[in-house]
Design a protein around this ligand. Structure first.
Ligand code: HAM
Length: 427
């Protein structure tokens, strides 16, 4: 048997109803906050992620699905391509490529698959889905303002409420600007020097190349050492400290609760200033339901103009996992099951189904088969949890009126063809 590749999965009904419910709800929320959709390719040139996300991050160093293009054209051949492990770099590439600064402040969202070669476990897949948003534009458009950070975080609190997720925690930190981080890295190197020999091989490498990444370490034995390291908050300059204070003040004013977490540095190199994660207890080890932050230097790192930005990505798989709702609560079952009875009745049933579906686009119409006897049609309608069954037999066709039975109450009436759609519609 050919199975789906490790770390990927099929989403089947009825679960897909829950996914669609989540996506429809978040689209409504994005619309209310004046965000517009962007769709970028699911593969990009490898260099985009190396430069954008950072060579030293776990994502780029270990987890990308990368291949060399075998294209016939000289210009394609040998180009290194990568399935996108995240979407921020792609959005900023599109911002630069299409000169989106002409539009002022861009408020963009996306929903789609991302790919990371991670060890699969509950809540962690190699193909997973993100619902994300990015706010990006020239500084003159207000993209740098702490008001943008606070609005994003308030949007997320509202979005999780609307979807029906309770019990989340917003963990917040500021990772400062590059100058702060240079001083912090120096302090980290000094603090790591006497202890790093006792740490894991990854940390020993990070201590030399990019000490900040030591905070990504998940090895239990290393945690007591990491606890004693300095925190970025001690190194923020005046501008970054004020910016962070203002974000916190607005959040408090609008009533969005948060917890400060000085260890939170995020696993991607592009972050500056505000960084955050929302965690959820029901998820176990992979408890980050979403993450994000500011990336004021990313556009320049990719060869574009200065374009401060902030965004987030929700792990849609994890969001669905932590939903208390079941698929049944959002699943639409048929309004009517059309039961053709006897030879030649498939034609009549098909005509009726077409009329009903075209007269009311909200009706869910299921069509049976003339080879079924009455009993089997009833069983099929019951199994599908249809509200009504509509009998299409020779007598009904002659009279142009059809037996319509409400399955829960057992009430049956004869309804003229022209009145069927109105009768079946939910009132
Ligand atoms: P990230 O923290 O790498 O950030 O991913 C965001 C979310 O995607 C995580 O919190 C998690 O819920 C989900 N996720 C990540 N990897 C997996 C996986 N292997 N399986 C299932 N879910 C996963 C970013 O991707 C940034 N681009 C977010 C961002 C946007 N920052 C600014 N703008």
């Amino acid at each position: 048997m050919i199975k789906s590749p490790r770390g990927t999965r099929d989403l089947l009904p009825p679960d897909t109803a829950l996914w669609n419910f989540v996506e429809a709800t978040v689209r409504d929320v994005f619309r209310a906050y004046n965000f517009h959709e962007i769709r970028t390719p699911i593969f990009e040139s490898t260099e985009l992620f190396a430069r954008g996300v950072g060579e030293e991050t776990d994502i780029v160093a270990k987890e990308m699905f990368t291949w060399e293009d075998r294209g016939r054209a000289e210009s394609d051949r040998g180009q290194s391509l990568t399935l996108r492990p995240e979407n921020t770099a792609g959005v900023v590439r599109a911002y630069i490529e299409h000169k989106l600064w002409d539009r002022g402040l861009n408020k963009l969202f996306y929903i789609g698959p991302q790919f990371r070669r991670e060890r699969p476990q509950k809540g962690r897949y190699r193909q997973f889905y993100q619902i994300g948003a990015e706010v990006i534009g020239p500084a003159a458009s207000g993209s740098e303002s702490p008001a943008r950070d606070a609005e994003i975080l308030e949007l997320l609190a509202t979005l999780l409420d609307r979807v029906g997720i309770t019990g989340w925690t917003l963990e917040l930190n500021s990772v400062g600007c590059p100058a702060d981080r240079a001083r912090f890295n120096e302090a980290l190197r000094a603090a790591l020097e006497p202890v790093v020999a006792k740490m894991c091989a990854d940390c020993q490498r990070r201590a030399v190349t990019n000490p900040l990444r030591v905070f990504d370490c998940k090895v239990p034995e290393d945690q007591s050492v990491i606890e004693t390291l300095p925190r970025i908050s001690q190194f923020l300059d005046e501008g970054c400290r004020t910016h962070f204070e203002q974000v916190k003040e607005i959040l408090t004013a609008v009533g969005v609760p948060f917890t400060l977490n000085g260890r939170l540095v995020r696993g991607l190199d592009y972050y500056t200033r505000t960084a955050f994660e929302f965690t959820h207890g029901a998820l176990g080890a992979q408890n980050a339901i979403l993450g994000g932050g500011r990336y004021d230097g990313l556009s320049e790192a990719l060869g574009g103009p200065a374009a401060p930005g902030i965004g987030f990505a929700i792990g849609e798989d994890r969001l669905v996992l932590s939903l208390a709702a079941t698929a049944d609560s959002v699943l639409r079952t048929p309004d009517v099951y059309i039961a053709p009875l006897g030879p030649g009745m498939n034609r009549e049933a098909a005509r009726l189904a077409r009329e009903l579906r075209r007269s009311n686009k909200d009706l869910v119409v299921e069509l049976g088969d003339e080879s079924f006897r009455l009993k089997k049609s009833f069983e099929a309608a019951d199994k599908l949890k249809s509200r009504y069954i509509l009998i299409v037999g020779e007598n009904e066709v002659k009279a142009d009126a059809f037996a319509l039975k409400h399955l829960a109450s057992g009430e049956q009436v004869s309804v003229p063809r022209a009145e069927l759609a109105a009768r079946i519609a939910r009132h």
